[in-house]
Design a protein. Structure first.
Length: 160
């Protein structure tokens, strides 16, 4: 057996110059890309939070409007009780102003809509009931291309 010694080949100092600098620059580049990704994630999170806030506000406004209708005694037995809550009524105008003040871009073509169906017009409802559909629209201030909406269908009245 002939033993052969292998020599380690080390790079000459002239060839190794700058290698550590390249490693540091690559690691700084990777770190910077990671930081940019985190900043983008934070921005996306803030955008989603504002959308959730507006959706919760729309839900609250719709529930409050239905609550006012229920408290006012709106029923299919008394169709005149619906008048203040219809699209020209005083309660609807108040509701529209609340929506305009609470949600961005809710005025103009994005006005809320309220549809009321008497129980006698809908066979799935008792004659004394009223079905109320509320749609609220808004546009986030940072995204004017997307129109958001919240829809709620509620029943007010007494079963036969």
């Amino acid at each position: 057996m002939v033993s052969q010694k292998r020599k380690k080949i080390l790079p000459s100092p002239k060839r190794a110059r700058g290698f550590m600098l390249i490693e540091v620059l690559v690691s700084i580049l990777i770190f910077a890309l990671g930081i940019l990704a985190l900043v983008g994630l934070q921005a996306r999170s803030m955008s989603s939070m504002s959308d959730v806030q507006y959706r919760a506000e729309a839900m609250h406004l719709a529930n409050a409007y239905v609550g006012k209708m229920w408290a006012a005694g709106v029923s299919g037995d008394n169709p005149s009780s619906i008048t203040p809550f219809s699209s020209d009524g005083t309660e609807f105008i108040r509701f529209k102003n609340e929506v305009d003040n609470a949600l961005p871009g809710a005025s103009g073509t994005n006005e809320p809509t309220v549809t009321v169906t008497l129980g006698s017009d809908d066979p799935s409802l008792s004659p004394r009931s009223v079905s109320v559909g509320i749609t609220i629209f808004w546009q986030a201030p940072n995204n004017n291309d997307v129109r958001h909406q919240y829809f709620q269908q509620s029943g007010i009245g007494v079963d036969p």
